[in-house]
Design a protein around this ligand. Structure first.
Ligand code: HEC
Ligand SMILES: [Cu+2]
Length: 438
């Protein structure tokens, strides 16, 4: 009997190690929201600080645990142990002062870089290469703004994000676009409850608090000077510039995943966002697209379209026109959503839908339609729009589109005031119309 239990005892550690290995093999450090693969100076500083803390606390763990284990083994009772109890002491001043000193020393080792990190992440640096004037190629930028970095006002809503670019006069939702290698200054505010902005590979986390503006800065990838310094390059020649460009291309241009990191209600877990990090030219093109907004279907200008719509909507036929008619009328979508260009779609209770057809996700990142080649998967996109409009309450429980105070598409009524939800055919046309917004 005894030998079996002894044998079991011996293989026990092997079993534990086997189970743990199997368990942790599911973990990877390189996931899309990993803080272990930093893609910018802030995330790097935060990772360094984290690792320093891990080493210091690891050292304490091993030192204290080692002494403890030693004492347990050395002084445990043995069979027929006749040793007397050791002398009972009341502390040893040298050891106590030594331990206090060591603790203070270790705290200082952690505190100094922590404070440095706090200052570093708090103050937006004035980086000449990041000034709007030196890289933004579009027009509409005032001279004053040319000296500033790109500013984005991030607003948290239950359960989505608005990103306003005040210098450029555009607003988008849930998918922010930023240029690689440039400092971007963020101003964070909340419209309702506390949210928290967290873009793990680039920076985190700063709270969005009602009645207060917090700020932070982010930068996806190093700027040229830092990159050069890191790689020990001194001379400045053309080949170095192109090496820097390929660094940005290979390591930095990407679609980054973010998440609200402060519990904010029913659909908090589904309050995601994306940061699309692109090159300067793509950024400029994107801004121009956002500014231009959209024309009415069949390339009609809006005056013509509304003249026809007001006079007799039946003259406007075809799926896209039908979709837009529902968007403006029966679906009440325009009362909560804005679409640049369309002079009557001015709602602000929901995300701005300008170019929503080019975004690779909707419902604050919860419904994805990004293809493997970083494009919109049109089939999936259609399914997602359809699903979202048909059952937003299922996709995101409690969301304010389905049933906002006194409205929302869960309470659409017909002429007689009877509940009349959108039909599948109406949703189909709306989905097609939304897909055309690109
Ligand atoms: C009562 C205001 C309201 C009405 C009416 C409304 N929406 Fe929304 N809509 C919202 C809100 C709020 C969200 C954000 C929901 C979330 O993600 O939590 C949203 C999200 C969306 C999104 C996803 C956008 C994104 O970037 O994630 C689409 C698409 C959309 N609505 C389309 C429509 C259509 C089509 C209609 C008309 C049938 C409509 N909405 C009517 C408030 C409204
Ligand atoms: Cu939130």
């Amino acid at each position: 009997m005894k030998s079996i239990s002894v044998r079991l005892l011996r293989i026990f550690p092997t079993i534990i190690i086997g189970v743990l290995t199997a368990f942790f093999s599911g973990c990877s450090l390189d996931t899309r929201m990993s803080t272990f693969v930093p893609k910018g100076p802030i995330a790097e500083t935060q990772l360094d600080l984290f690792m320093l803390t891990v080493w210091v606390t690891g050292f304490i763990f091993i030192a204290v645990g080692g002494v403890y284990t030693y004492a347990i083994i050395k002084f445990r009772e043995k069979p027929n142990d006749n040793r007397p109890l050791p002398t009972q002491g009341h502390g040893n001043p040298l050891i106590e002062i030594g331990l206090i000193g060591a603790s203070i020393f270790l705290l200082v080792v952690i505190a100094v870089p922590t404070l440095q990190g706090i200052w570093f992440t708090h103050d937006t640096p004035d980086d000449p290469e990041s000034r709007m004037g030196s890289w933004y190629k579009g027009d509409g930028l005032s001279d004053e703004e040319a000296d500033n970095p790109l500013i984005i006002k991030v607003k948290g809503y239950r359960w989505w994000w608005a990103f306003e670019y005040p210098q450029l006069g555009i607003t988008t939702a849930n998918e922010m676009v930023i240029p690689a290698g440039k400092v971007v200054h963020l101003e964070l505010r909340s419209v309702d409850v506390i949210h928290s902005f967290w873009l793990p590979k680039i920076a985190g986390k700063v709270d969005l608090i009602p009645g207060r503006t917090n700020s932070m800065w982010i930068q996806a990838g190093d700027n040229y000077l830092n990159w050069k310094e890191k790689h020990g390059h001194k001379a400045d020649d053309e080949s170095l510039r192109s090496e820097y460009s390929s660094y940005l291309e290979e390591e930095i241009y990407d679609y980054y995943y973010g998440q609200c990191a402060e519990y904010c209600g029913d659909s908090h877990a589904r309050m995601l966002f994306r940061a699309n990090v692109v090159n300067d030219d793509d950024f400029t093109t994107w801004v121009a697209d956002e500014k231009n907004g959209h024309k009415a279907p069949s390339n009609m200008n809006w005056d013509e379209w509304y003249a026809a719509y007001d006079e007799n909507p039946n003259q406007l036929s075809g799926d896209l026109h039908e979709g837009l008619k529902i968007f403006m009328g029966r679906g009440q979508c325009a009362s909560c959503h804005q679409v640049a260009g369309n002079p009557r779609a001015l709602g602000v209770a929901g995300p701005n839908l300008t170019n929503v057809g080019s975004r690779m996700s909707i419902a604050a990142g919860w419904l994805n339609h990004r293809s493997d080649t970083n494009n919109v998967d049109l089939e999936k996109q259609y399914v997602n729009f359809f699903k979202w409009i048909k059952e937003t309450d299922v996709v995101k429980p409690g969301n304010l589109m389905w049933r906002a105070n006194g409205g929302g598409i869960g309470e659409l009524t017909d002429e007689n005031g009877e509940l009349a939800l959108l039909t599948d055919d109406e949703i189909h046309k709306l989905s097609l119309y939304l897909q055309s917004l690109k």
